[in-house]
Design a protein around this ligand. Sequence first.
Ligand SMILES: [Zn+2]
Length: 530
Amino acid sequence: MPYEVLARKWRPQSFEDMVGQAHVLRTLVNGLNNDRLHHAYLFTGMRGVGKTTLARILAKCLNCETGVTAQPCGKCVTCEGIASGNYIDLIEVDAASKTGIDDTRDMLDNAQYAPALGRFKIYLIDEVHQLSGHSFNALLKTLEEPPAHVKFLLATTDPKKVPVTVLSRCLQFNLKSLSIDLVIKQLEHILQEENIKYEDDALFQIARASEGSMRDALSLLDQAISYGQEQILNQDMSEMLDSVPKEHFSDLIKAISTTDASQALSVVNTMHEHSINFNQLLDDLISILHHATVVQMVPSTINEFNYEKELIELLNANIKIETLHLYYQIAIQGRREVSLAVDAKSGFEMLLLKMLYFIPFDDVNAVNTEKNTSAGTASKKDDNQVLSNEVASQMPLKGLNTANDWKKLVPNLKLNGIALALADNSSFIKCGEQVLAIAIDESHESIATEKAKTALCDSIKKYFKRDMQLTVETTNSENHMHVTRRQLKDNQDAKQQYEAEKSVNRDILGQELKEKFGAEVIPGSIKPVK
Ligand SMILES: [Zn+2]
C-alpha cells in the first residue's frame, strides 16, 4: 500500500476528531441540532488550522443520508464521497487558481440547478480573498438571493481582503492557531496509533516549529519519521530543524537567571562547538523572555507553557519584571546587532554581556542572595566561579552613583538607632570599587561615632554581599556641595510651603481680603496640601 501522508491520513472526519476550535464547533453543532442553517459560512484563520477540513465535515453534516446532523454517519455514499474528495454536489474551488470572472460566472450559473444527489449543492471556495473584483460581484449577486438548495462555505487566511458586502452575508468563524500543548497531544496520539517510538522533547521541537499549524506539524512529523527511520529522537530533531537542543538552552537560562557571565560565555562556547544557529537561539531567548514576562504579570498563564514551565519559573524566581522587560528589549534590539557583528557568536556574546551588565540596582541584592546560598551548598567552587566573583568585586556598585541613589538605599539598609541617625544626616560623596564615601556636617559630627560607623558599614556589606569600607568625612555647613537625606526632605517641605503661600497671595479672594479688610497672611499658618 502506498504511503499516505499523515496530514491526509489523519484528517479529522467528524467534529469530535477536530483538535481545538471548541468555540467554533459549539456554534456549528448547535446550529445543526436546532436546524438553524445559514446559507453562507466563512472560516478564517492562519494556514493549517483546519478551515477546509471543518468545511468538508460541515458538508457531510448537511448532506449525510441520515439527515441534517451534527454527527454524520461516515458510511453513506455521501459521507464516503466527501471523505474521498469525490462527491458531485460538493464543488471545491481554489480561488488562488481560478480568480477570473469567467470561472466564477460558469460556476455560479450552475448554482440555479438542483443538486444531483444530495440535499444541498455546496460550494467550498478556498482562499476566497483571491477572487477578482468582478468575481466578488458575481458571488455577491448569488449570495444576495441564494437558491434554497445552495450553501456557500468560504475559507480564507486573509479576511481583510474580502469585501465587506460579502462578509456581512456570511456567518463568520475565526479558527485559532493551535497551542503547543494541543499539537503535542495530537502528535502523541498519532505516533501511538502508528506504533512509532518518540522522545517528548522531540515532539516539543516539532510543535514549536509548526507555529500553531497542525498541517505543518504533520508534515514535519512525516519528515521526522523518515529522518529518524521510524523513531523520533530529540537529537535528530535539533539537526533536522536546526534548532537549539533543550539542555544547552536550559544551561543558558540558568546562567542568565543567576547573572553568571562566565557560565553564560562557557555555554555559548559549547553551543558554538555544536554548530548551534545563533539566530535561532536568539529567537528562542526572545520567546522565553516574553513568556516569563506574561507569566509574571498573569501567573495563571503558566499552564499555557507546560514545556517551558521549569525555565520560566527559574527566570521568574530570580529576575524582576522590570529586568525582564529590559532583557526583552536588549534581545529584540540584539537581532540587528547580531547581524552586524563580525560573526553571530560574538554578536550573541555581546548581547548576553549587555544584559548581565545592565542588571538594575534592586536585583543585585536578590541575585547576590541566590549566589550566596548556592555557594554555601556547593562543596567546592570552580575556578570560573571564583574568577567571576573577583571580577564582580572590582566593579563599582551598580545603581549607587548619586545622592538620590543614596537616599533610596538608606531605607533598605534596615538601620536603627545611631546608625540610622548617621545615615540620615550624611550625604553621598562617591562610591568606588571598595570604598563608599559619605560626608556629615560638623554640626552633627557627634553622631559619627565608631559604633555608628561600624553598624552602618556592616549593614552596607550585608546588603551588597561584599566587603566594603566606609569613610565618613566632616564638612562645614557653608559647604553646600553635599546634601543630606534629611536636608533633601526638609528642602522639599520648604519648597511646598513656599509654593502654597505664593498661591494664596496670588489668589483673588486673598487679594480682596488684604485690600478691603487689611488682612495679612501669618507666615507658616498656611499648610500645603500633601
Ligand atoms: Zn452519512
